[in-house]
Design a protein around this ligand. Structure first.
Ligand code: AMP
Ligand code: MG
Length: 401
């Protein structure tokens, strides 16, 4: 077991025990917010044929070089209709947006620039080749347009459809159990007895698990008893991973740490991080397990900096296009922020965009129990160990989505 590791080392150790990456086939309807397991190439040219970008008339540009040219209308090109008739000199074909270009035509005149009766059209405006959308100008058949590991959000779902895919190979959502531990914890909405507090971590962690493309199951919190904890952990063997919160510090009641040391396998315990120093990672009878700190802010920030990268790497998410819950950015500090001796410091900051620059302020009490500070802020500093941030300086940060 390693202890007091850097965050980079912690990620590296955890990534040596990834979750299984399983593929499954699904329809486009079932692919929303899911992740592609294979790259997707187009089954068709896009557009499939030269077509008009405007409602108007398909013409020969050379017939329209003077205003007032009068052309004979030989037919109509409709979307989804028959192949339009070819046009010859001094002829035109009515055309709708998206309808195929007739043979012989090389430009479009917008309907607004014409006057027409049933047989003839008089052209008052320009005839533009640029109003033709050319076959395959967006994508050619066989071209790979969506990479493996891409999140299928709105535009990528539509693109998969454009490319002709009714079924896709997706990454099966791994099932992750979220277990909070502590004698003091009770479900929100119930009455509190002396010494009890509402359990909240499992809600934040479950929503982060889902935002990372996995399925979260909240397990009823476990009391601080070795027997109960063992029984609960044993009941989670069908999950792909387990996240616990609480019970990983130095105290005698920190039973997640104890049970993992005595009966599980611990790969590392404690990271040089503030807040969020005590986490551990290991396996419980073969299942990867993150023991996150109990302090509400700590458990969340550790998810952001440690668990999210592990999920991403385990499942082979695309670096830019995969699911993610934060962006690494540079921000200019407007307030001083204190760093931490020997530890990477994750202060809560509020990031806003101003004149093309990201500015960061900080306010409210930053205690690791203060969940309000996570709501009032939308970012975390990445202050290297032994480094304070001074107002005016530019530093690295995570912008939380
Ligand atoms: P622990 O790491 O178990 O010592 O917990 C540290 C602090 O976080 C204590 O004040 C706990 O009451 C609190 N805490 C632990 N787990 C949770 C939870 N699931 N929801 C809210 N607070 C918690
Ligand atoms: Mg506890």
């Amino acid at each position: 077991m390693e202890t007091r590791v850097t965050l980079e080392r912690a990620i590296q150790i955890a990534c040596a025990t990834p979750m299984a990456r399983v593929m499954e086939r699904a329809t486009l309807d079932d692919a929303r917010h899911r992740v592609l397991a294979t790259p997707l190439a187009s089954l068709v040219d896009d557009p499939r044929f030269d077509n008009s970008a405007m409602d108007g008339f398909a013409v020969r540009a050379s017939d329209c070089d003077r205003s007032g040219a009068r052309l004979k209308i030989v037919g109509t090109s409709q979307t989804g209709g028959e192949t339009p008739p070819p046009i010859a000199r001094a002829e035109a074909c009515r055309i709708m947006t998206g309808a195929p270009m007739p043979e012989g035509a090389d430009a479009i005149v917008m309907v607004e620039d014409t006057e027409a009766d049933d047989e003839h059209v008089t052209v008052h405006g320009p005839a533009r080749p640029a109003y033709i959308r050319r076959r395959a100008e967006n994508l050619s058949k066989g071209q790979e347009a969506l990479p493996e590991g891409a999140l299928l959000s709105s535009a990528s779902l539509a693109l998969a459809g454009t490319m002709g895919h009714g079924q896709l190979e997706l990454i099966r959502r791994p099932r992750i159990a979220v277990l909070s531990t502590g004698d003091e914890l009770v479900e929100p909405g119930t009455e509190l007895q002396p010494g009890q507090i509402y359990e909240s971590n499992s809600h934040a962690l479950s929503s982060l698990v889902e935002a990372m493309g996995c399925e979260a199951t909240r397990i009823d919190s476990s009391n601080d008893s070795m027997d109960e904890l063992r029984q609960t952990l044993d009941s989670l063997s069908s999950y792909d991973a387990i996240l616990t919160s609480g019970g990983v510090s130095m105290g005698d009641w920190d039973l997640v740490r104890r049970i993992m040391e005595e009966e599980g396998e611990v790969a590392f315990w404690r990271i040089n991080l503030r807040p969020g120093g005590p986490p551990l990672f290991g396996t419980w009878k073969g299942t990867p397990l993150f023991g996150l700190p109990g302090n509400p802010v700590s458990s969340l920030v550790v998810f952001h900096v440690l668990v999210a990268p592990w999920i991403s790497k385990s499942l082979g998410y695309h670096e830019e296009m995969g699911p993610r819950i934060s962006d690494r950015v540079s921000v200019r500090l407007e307030d001083d922020v204190a760093g931490a001796p020997g530890k990477l410091c994750l202060r809560r900051i509020r990031i806003r965009s101003h004149n093309g620059e990201l500015l960061a302020t900080t306010h409210t009490h930053q205690g690791s129990g203060n969940m309000h500070s996570m709501v009032a802020h939308n970012g975390l500093t990445l202050l290297p160990p032994d480094t304070d941030g001074k107002a005016g300086e530019t530093i690295d940060a995570l912008w939380l989505r």
